[in-house]
Design a protein around this ligand. Structure first.
Ligand code: SF4
Length: 440
């Protein structure tokens, strides 16, 4: 499950979602993208509250979410060619002093400069391979940079090129709401540390990697564990060995899809809405629950529908539909396969015969896979070009700015997790690394 070290190579087609959006917005039908604002630089929205254009633009951003200060004009005004040259020059000057990590969902113009491309956990691990690098520039979103900070050496600076690159799903589980939820569950279940005859406590908290360090710390303090979309089943098995129930956050869909595949009935998976007493549930339902699902979701993956799958099947005989488990249950059920970004990538790489793939995940990854595998037909299930709003906030202008600052001896946008949060968060991550699938 390692991140992919990047060796520059020619690509047969233009995988740039940005170029696609520019063409759409300049063309006759701008409705082929979800927001014409995507054609502008993200600095146009840095001073405005909200996630900005893209899939999360309708989500409510928490008050106090980090904002990015104004990007200096020289970076806002530089064109793609100039930024590309400046990034390359700064990177060359910095040499081994810096490692650049690019998430699968990041724009092509940024990924092209990454030393590693992967999912959030693969990238945090890739950073571990460079203990001597002074700086780790994480071209992803806030919780990913926090995870890299948790796993890196204290002297290493983890940099997020645009502080406004949060994650609307991670923001849906706020630490105060989670603490409040735990207190209410304590009233239902009693002593949360008391074990039954099988040695199990009432609830084990499980958080998806896509959550803040504060939530990972909460989980670590309460006997819980972190999971990724690749190991969610193994982690739930670990949790069920130790607890009668699981409290799963923030993504209800990953929790539901994974638990359902393990045989947990839907009526034993109540939702916890943090804005309602007892999460909108009742004592009896919570007592009978096996998995309590936090009311969170990814707005990128929530865009995929069963109708899109039906249309793909109608128009492409033999199409292989693969979706991410952050998609709603009906979509996962209607697809041929569901799996993490790494699973999707490997499934395409392993296909020997020319195949048509309809993919339900973020458009930047789908476009890149299509460009890398011209022998296959690969397209995104969603016909509207609507990238992740927060990944979109990392533009080459911010990457050039942070790298040139490093050359000048200044660290901009450092992400640091305080020790009182970092210590228990690391415990939760270490439990995940130690969790193994049961022997077959
Ligand atoms: S794709 Fe979804 S989960 Fe991933 S960063 Fe974007 S909003 Fe968050």
């Amino acid at each position: 499950m390692a991140a992919i070290p990047v060796t520059p190579q020619p690509r047969p087609a233009d995988p740039s979602v940005d170029h696609l959006i520019q063409q759409i917005v300049a063309g006759p039908d701008a409705s082929a993208t979800c927001s014409a604002d995507l054609a502008a630089g993200p600095w146009e929205i840095d001073t405005r509250p909200g996630y900005g254009p893209g899939a999360s633009m309708g989500d409510v951003i928490p008050t106090g979410a980090p904002r990015q200060g104004e990007l200096p004009a020289e970076y806002r005004e530089a064109d793609d060619t100039e930024l590309d040259a400046r990034i390359r020059a700064a990177k060359q000057t910095l040499g081994d002093r810096v490692v650049i990590l690019g998430h699968f969902y990041q724009r092509e113009e940024v990924v092209t400069h990454a030393d590693y491309v992967g999912d959030s956990f693969q990238l945090a691990n890739a950073a571990l391979e460079h203990p001597d690098a002074e700086a780790i520039v994480f071209c992803g979103v806030h919780f990913m940079a926090e995870t890299a900070d948790l796993l890196s050496r204290p002297e290493q600076a983890v940099i997020l090129p645009n502080l406004a690159a949060g994650c609307s799903m991670a923001d849906m589980a706020d630490i105060d709401q989670v603490e409040e939820c735990w207190e209410q569950l304590e009233e239902v279940y009693g002593d949360m540390t008391a074990v039954d005859a099988d040695g199990r406590v009432p609830v084990i908290p499980v958080t998806y990697m896509n959550s803040s360090a504060a939530i990972k710390g909460f989980v670590g303090r309460h006997g819980g564990i972190v999971c990724t979309s690749s190991n969610a089943r193994t982690v739930l098995e670990w949790a069920f060995e130790r607890g009668r129930r699981v409290l799963f956050f923030p993504d209800q869909h990953l929790g539901r899809n994974t638990a359902k595949a393990m045989g947990v009935p839907l009526d034993r998976m109540p939702m916890w809405n943090p804005n309602r007493p007892l999460g909108g549930s009742d004592q009896e339902t919570l007592t009978d629950a096996r998995v309590i699902l936090w009311h969170g979701f990814c707005s990128v993956h929530r865009r995929f529908t069963v109708d899109q799958i039906d249309k793909a099947r109608a128009e492409h005989a033999g199409v292989r539909v693969i979706v991410h488990p952050e998609c709603p249950m009906a979509v996962v059920d209607a697809a041929d396969e569901a799996g993490s970004t790494d699973y999707i990538r490997k499934a395409i790489e392993a296909a020997d015969e020319p195949t048509t793939f309809a993919i339900g995940t973020e458009i930047n990854l789908v476009q890149r896979l299509a460009a890398e595998h011209p022998q296959h037909t690969i397209f995104c299930l969603d016909p509207v070009v609507c990238p992740c709003s927060t990944m979109y906030r990392i533009h080459p202008g911010y990457l050039a700015w942070t790298l040139e600052a490093l050359v000048a001896g200044t660290v901009e946008n450092r992400i640091t997790v305080p020790a009182d949060v970092a210590d228990p968060a690391r415990v939760a991550l270490e439990r995940m690394l130690a969790a193994k699938p049961p022997a077959a």
